[in-house]
Design a protein. Structure first.
Length: 331
């Protein structure tokens, strides 16, 4: 029996639905100890707004944990943000909460990181260049990472993440794709227990380039790479035309799909199961799992935001952290 994992939990944008979802999570018993890194006042106001009890306690006092109580490390915001109205002056502390929590994982104080939604524009408006938490965590850890979203139906990894569509083709290189595929394969094997992962790779162009008549990236970059990796014994499917790759009849044939860009893969994933989907960062030295939704500013403070994705993220991160603890113990 492995020990109970400790998970760092970060609410995200103070004016969004993240804080109240964390309050909902605090009402439950989990197979992990949750330690929330964030602003006390924001959490207590969220609890008050949705009419749930919340008592913030010291992380060093796990015996006092229980429904309505939450271990907490204070990262104070600069300003009080009204529900639904991000305050750019809080950008620095919103990012600091992520960095401090991630650092706790890097230092071994926590076994995994669960994050709520961050408002990308609010962070940039606050003077901090920020494209996403995936990229932030990669830089902090000095690792190349891969974003993969998953629900009970499909896993979708991305070859490129938060960059303008205009920049995507130039970002698709054989070296980059190979690195991404290796990270995805290793995660499927080590974290998801799939001994010989089958990965479908989407084409970049309509109909996967139609033999070069609708674009050449498949012929010049993707196909030679997949052939080389197949020679190494990989099971790779594709490059598949993206429009039909996700047909229900095809999905049982692979363990994950590698999409070339954000909005090629994620609409399918979110349409097929928004509530139970999670966002994983593969390649970090610790498991990081986030919600699949954004800040939903229009719902904040109303008590109607669905906590299912956050709950799924906590469950998934607990499972991954427990497996890593067991592997470390066995090594
Ligand atoms: N994990 C993250 O940090 C994350 C993920 C996606 C988007 N974002 C950011 O969030 C901001 C808003 O993005 P958006 O409007 O495109 O997406 P969004 O997910 O916030 O909202 C899309 C739709 O889904 C609904 N919705 C979202 N979460 C819900 C929940 N838990 N319960 C019920 N309904 C829910 C919203 O009301 C809205 O109709 C942007 O700045 C975006 O970059 C962050
Ligand atoms: N691409 C994610 C999604 O659409 O759900 C989201 O923007 C969050 O990504 P980060 O975890 O990198 O912030």
């Amino acid at each position: 029996m492995t020990r109970r994992p400790r998970l760092a939990l970060v609410p995200g944008e103070p004016a969004g639905i993240g804080p109240e979802l964390v309050v909902r999570a605090a009402q439950r018993d989990w197979d992990a100890q949750l330690i929330c890194y964030g602003d006390r006042d924001t959490l207590l106001r969220a609890a008050d707004a949705i009419g749930l009890p919340l008592r913030l306690i010291s992380p060093n006092d796990p015996s006092a944990a229980g429904p309505g109580r939450l271990a907490h490390v204070e990262i104070p915001n600069r300003d009080r943000a009204a529900f639904g109205q991000p305050e750019p002056r809080n950008a620095r502390t919103t990012i600091a909460a992520l960095e401090v929590a991630a650092n706790a994982c890097l230092e071994g104080l926590c076994d995994g990181l669960v994050t709520g939604p961050v408002h990308k524009a609010a962070i940039n408006d606050g003077g901090i260049p920020y494209t996403g938490t995936t990229e932030l965590l990669a830089t902090q850890a000095g690792r190349v990472v891969v974003m993969m979203l998953a629900n009970d139906i499909v896993r979708v990894a991305l070859a490129t993440t938060h960059l303008p569509l205009r920049a995507v083709p130039d970002a698709i290189t054989a070296a980059g794709l190979e690195c991404t595929l290796r990270i995805v394969r290793d995660a499927l094997r080590d974290d998801f227990g799939i001994a010989a992962p089958r990965i479908a790779v989407l084409g970049l162009n309509p109909h996967a380039g139609e033999d070069g008549h609708l674009g050449r990236e498949e012929l010049d970059i993707v196909i030679p790479l997949l052939d080389r990796l197949r020679d190494e014994g990989w099971t790779l499917i594709g490059p598949l035309p993206a429009d039909t790759a996700f047909l229900p009849a095809k999905l049982p044939g692979f363990d994950a799909v590698l999409a070339m860009y954000h909005d090629q893969g994620l609409p399918v994933l979110k349409y097929s199961g928004f509530e139970r989907a999670v966002n994983l960062t593969l390649g970090l030295p610790y498991p990081r799992v986030a919600v699949d939704h954004g800040t939903a500013l229009e719902l904040a403070g109303r008590g109607i935001a669905d906590p299912s994705s956050l709950f799924a993220a906590i469950e998934t991160c607990t499972r991954l952290a427990r497996a890593r603890i067991a592997r470390t113990a066995a090594a």
